[in-house]
Design a protein around this ligand. Structure first.
Ligand code: GTP
Ligand code: MG
Length: 351
């Protein structure tokens, strides 16, 4: 199974600017001759792979991209300026496909690649160009060439940054729909989710990451019980896991132990990943029950769980902030920040 982020967009390069019909008119220079300049070339459409992007979400808000028309030529042999280009900035790993959604036009598999998708139309010739021995005062110029247009698909294979682990009914799918635009099925029976769902969390334009909601695990899942553990493969490459525990169940510690046991049995380093622990459904708990269950979890896990509710939204932002901090670490952005060390001048600063 593949997780895909994709968008269909319309691109159009700019028309060329028209050439100009103009004659030199100056005092004391009769019959100055043609001096109409050429039109400018229309803008091109480019696609560029940019660092720091990980979704095609921007292309859901805007689907039409048109480069500018070249400026028209003018008298005194002034050529029109080139129309402005359009540059589509996409994450590394994006493929550009033809409208048929099969033919790969460009594969942007490395950062910093820039490929021209459509060329702008050429500018039309001004009447200066048509001057010849016979016709010394041509009265025509060319219009600019039309730009090109086409529909294309952008396609990106997503990798989940954060996996959601938990027993069936822990509220994973509810949580995913609370924090992203994904709308997985939610119901009050176990194994509602049968295949993984992905959602994009958008804390801010520069803070986006992908969360995967996977089917619930039960005791013995690593031996095939329930839906088994094969879906854990989708979160093997995640930065960390959010472990959701249903706060309305009697024994939260047992729930915690079962999931930990299954993660360990699965292997592949899942049990060693940073685990962000969260007591969920706190909207349904009294303040005392929240405290009691949080304390029980803290005793077994060695750290205090986040207190959240996917239904009321309480505590969700703090949890997402913690998740984002982990994602950032694996994307290698934190290490850069830590390096702004001002070297010490021996003997202190001297004027
Ligand atoms: N009170 C309360 N109920 C919740 C909350 N989150 C989920 N629920 C309820 O718990 C039940 C299970 O929710 P789901 O989101 O489907 O749980 P899941 O973990 O995705 O379950 P599976 O897909 O079966 O593994 C549903 O009846 C939800 O309405 C919450 O924050 N508070
Ligand atoms: Mg579910």
């Amino acid at each position: 199974m593949k997780f895909l982020d994709q968008a269909k967009i319309y691109i159009r390069s700019g028309n060329g600017g028209a050439g100009s019909v103009s004659f030199r008119r100056e005092k004391f220079i009769p019959n100055g001759g043609p001096d109409g300049g050429d039109g400018g070339k229309g803008g091109d459409v480019w696609v560029e792979s940019a660092d720091g992007l990980n979704t095609l979400i921007d292309f859901r808000y805007q689907q039409h991209f048109k480069a500018a028309t070249g400026n028209h030529g003018q008298g005194r042999q002034m050529h029109g300026a080139k129309g402005e280009d359009v540059v589509l900035r996409v994450p590394v790993g994006t493929q550009v496909l033809d409208e048929d959604k099969e033919t790969v036009l460009v594969d942007l598999d490395e950062p910093g690649m820039k490929v021209k998708l459509l060329s702008g139309g050429n500018g039309g010739w001004g009447n200066t160009r048509f001057k010849g021995p016979v016709n010394q005062a041509p009265r025509h110029a060319n219009p600019g060439q039309e730009g090109q247009e086409r529909w294309i698909w952008l396609r990106l294979k997503l990798i989940a940054d954060i996996g959601l682990a938990g027993l069936p009914n822990a509220g994973k799918s509810t949580f995913l729909s609370a924090v992203s635009a994904a709308r997985p099925k939610v119901a009050d029976y176990p194994f509602t989710t049968l295949t993984p769902n992905l959602g994009m969390v958008d804390l801010s334009p520069s803070e986006r990451f992908v969360i995967a909601d996977i089917p619930g695990l039960i005791e013995g899942a690593s031996e095939g019980a329930g839906l088994g553990t094969r879906f854990l493969g989708h979160v093997e490459r995640s930065a960390s896991l959010i472990h959701l525990i249903d706060g309305t169940q009697d024994d939260v510690v047992e729930a915690y132990r079962i999931i930990r046991g299954e993660l360990e049995a699965y292997g592949e380093g899942l049990a060693d990943k940073v685990e962000i622990l969260a007591l969920n459904k706190i909207d349904a708990l009294t303040p005392e029950a929240r405290e009691e269950k949080a304390a029980e979890l803290e005793a077994v896990a060695g750290r205090r769980p986040y207190l959240v509710s996917g239904v009321s939204g309480e505590g969700v932002t703090e949890l997402l902030r913690a998740a984002w901090a982990e994602v950032k670490k694996t994307r290698g952005e934190v290490s850069d920040e830590g390096e702004h060390v001002i070297p010490e001048t021996p003997g202190g600063w001297q004027p």
